[in-house]
Design a protein around this ligand. Structure first.
Ligand code: CA
Length: 361
């Protein structure tokens, strides 16, 4: 039978036509429309971070043929930036974007899902989260808050920060007022510094007026835009405190359960695409910004002395042990993180680290 005749017969009725009709709904797009809100912890027009979130929303709108639309809000536009976690948890909005370590006050263990000083870099974090059980653990930790988290963005290794005076020994950290959040701040406190918490918009003025002596922020691309080189000239590396911070997408668990499977898959895949896109943007743009800081703005780009790094690493181990004693969930996640990190490091020694060495011998 020729194909055309066959189709004609099938269309004329009978079993074939009936089965074609019943099969159709399985491949049709869900009819229900979804209009969701996504709030972030980022300032409006914050490059890479807000761009990545908007790309995520645009991808889903296109993939769903405009049936699933997500409106993106910068911090403070709909709710204050630091209420993102609560807004998603309570279902005031369906989605949020930020960094898990912002919620350390409520969930100390959340810090492992962003960055740990001297811990895993972006590649290690992705391996742990996607393929090493980390994401399941993250979901367990957030379940009591009705939030389903996804990795969505990574800055890569950050810079160590801006210092008004040079750091030549651990003694130079004593009494130093530095804007540095999270576990990194706790390590600095152990080293005798005074860690201070300031939002992005307050950093420049505090450093310029001498209210603080030092600050960390992100990396050359973002730090240049904040103008920090006008307030301090010594720019240190590496960012030992944030070796590859993962950013998070949070989804209210009730809203998530109401999404058709197709749309859940779109969220999962668009978040993974944004995760890669943001890291790639940082990798592509940071060096150019660093060169302009050096050449146009006469910034001293300096590496922390080995003694300082060694001492900070020793103090980090103490801080992690202290925190593990205080909180059961922190302790459990710490054990899982440490175990993955140690095998990741062992593999890294004969892969990434050996390769990096091979370029310098
Ligand atoms: Ca930072």
């Amino acid at each position: 039978m020729k194909r055309r005749d066959f189709l004609k017969k099938a269309a004329g009725g009978g079993l074939l036509a009936a089965s074609a009709v019943t099969a159709a709904p399985a491949i049709a797009a869900p009819r229900k429309r979804f209009n969701w809100k996504l709030v972030t912890t980022w300032p409006p027009n914050f490059p890479i971070f807000m761009e990545g979130v908007q790309r995520f929303a645009d991808d889903i709108e296109k993939m769903s043929r405009r049936r699933f639309r997500i409106s993106v809000f910068a911090g403070g536009e709909l709710i204050p930036a630091m209420q993102t976690f609560d807004a998603v948890s309570q279902g005031t909005v369906q989605m949020g974007h930020g960094a898990a370590y912002y919620w350390a006050g409520k969930v100390p263990a959340a810090q492992f899902f962003t960055a740990v000083p001297f811990g895993m870099n972006a590649q290690g974090m992705n391996a742990w989260l996607y393929n090493g059980g980390g994401l399941n653990l993250w979901r367990d930790v957030y379940r009591p808050f009705n939030i389903v988290p996804f990795p969505m963005g990574n800055t890569g290794v950050q810079m160590g920060g801006w210092f008004r005076k040079e750091i030549n020994s651990i003694a130079d950290l004593k009494g130093l007022k530095m804007r540095i959040p999270g576990l990194g701040g706790k390590v600095m406190a152990k080293a005798g510094a005074n860690p201070v918490l300031l939002a992005g918009g307050e950093i420049y003025t505090a450093l310029e007026r001498g209210t603080i002596d030092a600050t960390e922020w992100v990396g050359p691309y973002h730090d240049q835009r904040l103008g920090l080189y006008r307030a301090a000239k010594n720019y240190y590396y590496p960012g030992w405190h944030e070796p590859g911070p993962t950013l998070e997408l949070s989804v209210n668990s009730k809203a998530w359960a109401e999404l058709p499977e197709e749309y859940q898959l779109m969220v999962e895949n668009a978040a993974a695409a944004a995760n890669t896109w943001m890291l790639s943007e940082f990798e592509a743009k940071n060096l150019q910004a660093l060169q302009s800081l050096k050449q146009q703005h006469k910034v001293n780009v300096l590496e922390f002395p080995p003694d300082v790094i060694r001492e900070l690493r020793r103090l980090t181990a103490e801080v992690l042990e202290d925190e593990a004693k205080k909180d059961r969930i922190f302790r459990e996640v710490y054990q899982a993180y440490r175990s993955f990190n140690s095998s990741n490091t062992a593999w890294n020694e004969i892969s990434e680290a050996a390769y990096a060495n091979a370029l310098t011998v």
